[in-house]
Design a binder for this molecule. Structure first.
Ligand SMILES: O=P(O)(O)O[C@H]1O[C@H](CO)[C@@H](O)[C@H]1O
Ligand SMILES: O=c1cc[nH]c(=O)[nH]1
Length: 266
């Protein structure tokens, strides 16, 4: 039996027994809706879930907090995957086993371009596979690509909500802070890469290998094109970011249900 998180207004889900939940995330083994919005931060999962009707907490373990609910009458999943590709793939795999076929990641990212500002939304068309996990799934030459319909649905929803957005390639990197190695920031910046974050390529490769649909929209929380990206320059809790995350949630929820209506499969 999983308890609801402290302060959660939502009741615990009625677990029928250990065999009925999946081991890493403690979500039900089957029967989840096919659409999922996934985020890094469990608190962001709470915030997005609070936008839904008929919301239920259906699993909580480690960094993984999973809700079901409905948005504009369409049932979907909201779930957190924590920081980093390896752990995120554990969530993606268990969600897929439980019935999810369409994943939209709603995250944050550092901009690598001066013309992409704080609070803008970067919609990832593809991702550089520096994620620390996908190389253990398939050869490095395999591409990390978003499902085109997912990219287009996100861009259309951003336009509808009048949210500033750019489409482009993102760099998914496993190590958040640099150490002794020189990172190829200058090269990826020269290549026009839009932003840096930590899970998109793992999601795209996972979905590509399984024939599932995936996309990602990332709120820019600062400029990360300098060589000294670390805790002193990283400031994701500023009001401009908080406000953009609030607006972005509706964009991604609308894109998700548009994908449901479109019925297109990868
Ligand atoms: O805001 P989320 O979704 O967690 O995304 C970004 O923020 C985290 C880094 O602090 C990483 O997970 C990165 O991908
Ligand atoms: O990985 C990340 C995520 C958000 N912002 C950054 O600068 N890097």
């Amino acid at each position: 039996m999983t308890d609801a998180p402290i302060d959660s207004p939502h009741p615990p889900y009625p677990a029928e027994g250990v065999a009925d939940v999946l081991p890493v995330t403690k979500i039900p083994r089957r029967g989840l809706p096919g659409l999922a919005l996934v985020v890094g931060d469990p608190a962001r999962a709470d915030a997005v879930a609070s936008r839904l009707a008929e919301v239920r907490l259906v699993g909580e373990n480690r960094e993984y907090r999973t809700y079901t609910g409905s948005w504009r009458g369409v049932e979907l999943v909201v779930s957190s995957h924590g920081v980093g590709g390896p752990g995120a793939v554990c969530l993606f795999a268990e969600l897929a086993e439980a019935g999810v076929h369409t994943f939209l990641r709603f995250g944050t990212a550092g901009s690598l371009r001066r013309d992409i500002g704080d609070g803008d939304l970067v919609i990832a068309e593809a991702a550089v596979r520096d994620d620390g996990v996908s190389h253990q799934l398939v050869h490095p030459e395999y591409p990390a690509f978003a499902t085109p319909e997912a990219t287009l649905a996100l861009a259309a929803a951003a336009r509808t909500h009048d949210v500033a957005h750019r489409r482009g390639v993102v760099w998914t990197r496993a190590a958040f802070s640099p150490a002794v190695l020189t990172l190829p920031i200058a090269q990826y910046t020269a290549a026009g890469v839009a932003a840096i974050e930590m899970e998109a390529s793992a999601l795209f490769v996972f979905a590509g290998l399984r024939g599932l649909r995936a996309g990602a929209a990332l709120v820019v929380d600062g400029y990360a094109g300098n060589d000294d990206v670390d805790a002193t320059t990283y400031a994701p809790h500023r009001q401009i970011v908080v406000d953009a995350v609030r607006r972005g949630a509706d964009v991604v929820l609308d894109a998700l249900i548009a994908l449901d209506e479109s019925g297109v499969r990868a």
